[in-house]
Design a protein around this ligand. Structure first.
Ligand SMILES: Nc1nc2c(c(=O)[nH]1)N[C@H]1C(S)=C(S)[C@@H](COP(=O)(O)O)O[C@H]1N2
Ligand SMILES: [Mo]
Length: 419
């Protein structure tokens, strides 16, 4: 297995280089505005900040100096307030370690699994670094200025849009309590200071067809209407630090929301308004995008919230097959949108029989867990699988197929030949 971190000067020399970004794309001024996580090349639980994935739905805003920064909290509260970053930092702190996963992570795996079931031939999306696609520096130093996100998406699968991080801030509930939330509160509308017009082609691409009308909201600020119960959850925070340092601009500085368990799109970055409301607001990225349903015309579309239950096999990979006879650690990561992963089972015979894997225990319920299973591999073809169960008893997969193909958490087989 190619292990750049071991072969490169991070381990073998003086670690003064800048880390590579995976599939970076840049704005016209050459600044990185999107990137993925080199998922297969990392060890441990925390994704280093410069390997953390980056997504912006609208225009990436200009940075705001922490000293000039304020946000307001108003609406269904007794005391509307304006906070500076310093005001916020005076409140009791709270740190959470949690997985951030984009709702669209692994979206092509929906089609791959469906096709495989029917004996079709859609190729398996690969999480491996690719150097064979011309013009795409899938693992480059952010130097492919000529490609925008759309072109990148057409060339490489939508995978590796997931990271694990440590976020430091204060509880959102603390800020809400200080404002005196009224009983009428149902949701909080959290608005970022980034603006833009959502690109309708993104909708068409995630649905996979163009024969329907998409809602065009025009130019909007990014916003989400978080239900009050989740806003008051002690693990939901307003964060200003990430992985032990002040948060970087691309991740939402000066202050972003961290909503452990819920898909990345709830983690509103660059917060400038928190409006407490007595009804659910009609936010584009909540009622039109990131919704469940069988099709764009389904009358029962609902906002998507918690991630499902997911395991990913990181070793071995199809790309390494065939392998010599011997013993191998089948290993990977597992996470859930509703708390800790308590069980991972592995099958080496296409799901006929299952064995418990070892799970690395730790205290952070919303952070992924590493797991492994020692496999004595015999000659022949083997189909490996892993499936997880979380502390709520939810068994993978829990997310139903939806027309936007979001929140993929299916069981993905790995075909290995032993010779
Ligand atoms: N203000 C704002 N917040 C946002 C977004 C955005 O476009 N604007 N994108 C969301 C989406 S879709 C994801 S997946 C996460 C990505 O967070 P990250 O870039 O820090 O990894 O931020 C979310 N928060
Ligand atoms: Mo996302």
């Amino acid at each position: 297995m190619p292990r750049r971190e071991i072969e490169g000067d991070w381990v073998m020399g003086w670690p003064d280089r800048k880390r590579y970004r995976l599939a970076p794309s840049k704005d016209q001024e050459g600044r990185t505005i999107h990137a993925r996580t080199p998922f297969l090349e990392l060890e441990g639980l925390i994704t280093p900040t410069d390997a953390y994935y980056i997504v912006a739905q609208l225009q990436m805003p200009e940075p705001v100096h922490p000293e000039d920064y304020t946000f307001e909290i108003f609406g269904e509260v007794e005391n509307p307030m304006t906070y500076t970053l310093e005001d916020l930092r005076k409140l009791p702190g709270h740190t959470v370690r949690a997985v951030t996963e984009c709702a669209g992570d692994d979206t092509e795996f929906w089609d791959y699994l469906e096709s495989r079931k029917k004996g079709g031939n859609i190729p398996k999306p690969s999480r491996q670094v690719r150097e064979d696609v011309e013009g795409v520096d899938w693992h480059g130093m952010a130097d492919n200025d000529d490609l925008d996100m759309e072109e990148l998406n057409a060339l490489i699968p939508a995978t590796c849009i997931v990271s694990g991080g440590e976020w430091t801030g204060t509880r959102l509930g603390e800020v809400l309590n200080r404002a005196g939330v009224k009983d009428s509160a149902v949701a909080i509308r959290v608005e970022g200071f980034d603006m833009g017009r959502p690109d309708p082609t993104i909708q068409y691409r995630s649905v996979g067809r163009t024969d329907f009308e998409v809602h065009d909201p025009g130019v909007i600020n990014y916003d989400k209407g978080l239900p009050i119960e989740k806003a008051m959850d002690p693990e939901t925070i307003l964060a200003w630090a990430h992985n032990g340092e002040y948060m970087t601009h691309v991740h939402g500085a000066p202050v972003r929301m961290v909503v452990p368990g819920w898909a990345g799109n709830w983690w509103v970055k660059w917060i400038h308004k928190i409006e407490v409301m007595d009804h659910m607001p009609d936010c584009y990225h909540q009622t039109h995008y990131f919704v469940s349903g069988k099709g764009p015309d389904d009358p029962n579309k609902e906002m998507m919230t918690a991630l499902g239950v997911k395991t990913v096999i990181t070793e071995p990979l199809e790309e390494e097959s065939p392998l010599p006879k011997g013993s191998y650690a089948i290993r990977g990561l597992a996470w859930s949108g509703e708390g800790a992963m308590v069980r991972v089972e592995v099958s080496t015979d296409n799901g006929e029989t299952w064995n418990d894997a070892h799970i690395e225990e730790h205290a952070d319920r919303f952070l992924w867990r590493r797991w492994s299973y020692l496999w004595e591999a015999t000659l022949g073809h083997h189909t490996l699988m892993a499936r997880g169960t979380d502390e709520k008893g939810r068994k993978q997969p829990v997310t139903e197929w939806n027309f936007q193909r979001k929140h993929f958490d299916g069981i993905v087989p790995v075909d290995i030949e032993i010779e």
